[in-house]
Design a protein around this ligand. Sequence first.
Ligand SMILES: [Zn+2]
Length: 272
Amino acid sequence: MLYKSIFDNFMHIRPEGYFLEAIDEFKKYGGTSINLVNFPENDVENNYYEHLYDRTIKTAEKVRESGINAIITIGPYPLDYFKFTNQNPVEKLKSGIDLAVKYIKNGKADVLGEIGYPHFDVEPEIYENSEKILIYAMESCKDYDIPLILHTEDLNAGKYEHIEDMAYRHYNKEKILKHHANSADFNFNKTILKSLIASRPNVKYSIESNQNFLLETDYTDQKEKPGKVMPPYSVPKRAEMIRNQYDDYDRILNKIFIEIPYKFYKKDFFLI
Ligand SMILES: [Zn+2]
């Protein structure tokens, strides 16, 4: 066993994709737990979010049956906006938030995400509407202390500050996490928790600048796009790299895979 806890903080696993083969690969290299995030589907017309969330929850059951712990993240993806442009996209995405919060309150899922802005340039109106949806998400999480995962474009200093300010006014910056972050972000923001893409340079830079972070592959389980995603074993591989390269690897691994995830998600399985 490489380490008692190895956690990938952001994976999309789907029955239509490599599914349990991807999980087996993660496990084979020492992975123990994942954050399973819903992945937008194209084949559902009515009650879209209900189908999507139920499907994600069923997938998590299968993941757990194969011996991997899973946290479940559900919520409307920012690009869903474009799915609903012929309806009222803001109301549609807000209804997706309402349903996700209801599921989380009932213990069916754990985290609201990924919520925020499209990761490419969009018209100002779409950006402003995305922000309204994000504020609505923050306020919806507030009453129940729900962790919230952000999906955004790459953020600069000003944009991080803007998000902090929003969190200050509408929620709590300790309860939000920026996924798909880069270690260079630490040069101008140290307060919002970051989940870094598990590349070697990201891991090295963040350890050497003594920052808190989580690691993720942002694995998108699509058979139609082979080779375009970071493979499922990447986080266990980075754990191995840490063990081989740092004398105090035990302290570092404990921080990334136990201490920080437990502080953010409060899930007992991190406390091994
Ligand atoms: Zn994302």
